[in-house]
Design a protein around this ligand. Structure first.
Ligand code: FMN
Length: 220
């Protein structure tokens, strides 16, 4: 990963080449669940966190909180949490769909060398409540933007990120012994991908294709 450039006072001019590369980044960012066992240097993770902190946030509240889940005990607790939540999710499907669901790989918890739990500090005073009086959920939206920023940045240096939400968030909060005011927004598996794809795994495995509905623009 190239060292971060000093923050220049001169606004950058983004070239067409950059825009093209950004498009490629957006097209090739993937949710990764299959990781090589190779470690990710700690300084790369530090840099990803630095850049994630540039995400926008309501009132500049920066409510994201990162927890590196490293101990065997903490990882085992998250694995057990996932297994239970996934079994419960499977119960909600029937027939062929249940079979298909059971065959999907829905987390990289088995291999990901780095695992980050991302929380939202629901009681942060930072931002003084600006922008979230009528929409308190914007605090969590802000934490999610930090996740997306990290996700894209990771991809630029070949690091894969996989989001695991098949978890009981309250249990995860207890198991990771974080402050009660923190709510889980994402559990991220991070590492070097085993393979690269331009299409999402859930499309490849016949679960859910892309739809044009998301692109519709209604006018009022
Ligand atoms: C909020 C959120 C939660 C997700 N949770 C899971 C999950 O628990 N397991 C999983 O396999 N993928 C999960 N994903 C990844 C999606 O399945 C994936 O983004 C989607 O299929 C599109 O694929 P792509 O990210 O490779 O474009 C999650 C993604 C988001 C944004």
């Amino acid at each position: 990963m190239a060292p971060l450039r000093e923050n220049s006072e001169t606004p950058p001019l983004f070239t067409e080449l950059f825009r093209d590369e950004l498009t490629q980044l957006l097209r090739w960012r993937r949710d990764v669940r299959r990781f090589k066992p190779d470690p990710v240097p700690a300084e790369m993770i530090e840099e990803l966190l630095d850049l994630a902190c540039l995400a926008p946030s309501v009132g500049n509240s920066q409510p994201w909180r990162f927890v590196a889940v490293e101990s065997a005990k903490a990882r085992a607790a998250i694995r057990a949490n996932f297994e239970a939540a996934n079994a419960q999710a499977l119960d909600g499907y029937q027939g062929e769909q249940a079979e298909l669901y059971a065959g999907l790989k829905l987390s990289g918890l088995d291999m990901a060398p780095v695992q980050l739990a991302v929380f939202c500090d629901e009681q942060t005073l930072q931002g003084h409540g600006l922008g979230r009086q009528t929409m308190p959920e914007t605090l969590r939206y802000s934490a999610i933007l930090a996740v997306h920023t990290l996700w894209l940045t990771a991809r630029t240096c070949g690091i894969g990120v996989g989001w695991v939400s098949i978890l009981d968030p309250v249990q995860a909060t207890k198991d990771l012994a974080v402050a009660e005011d923190w709510s889980l927004v994402a559990y991220l598996c991070i590492g070097w991908p085993e393979e690269e794809h331009h299409d999402p795994e859930l499309i490849r495995h016949g679960w859910q294709d892309r739809s044009a509905d998301c692109r519709k623009l209604e006018k009022r």
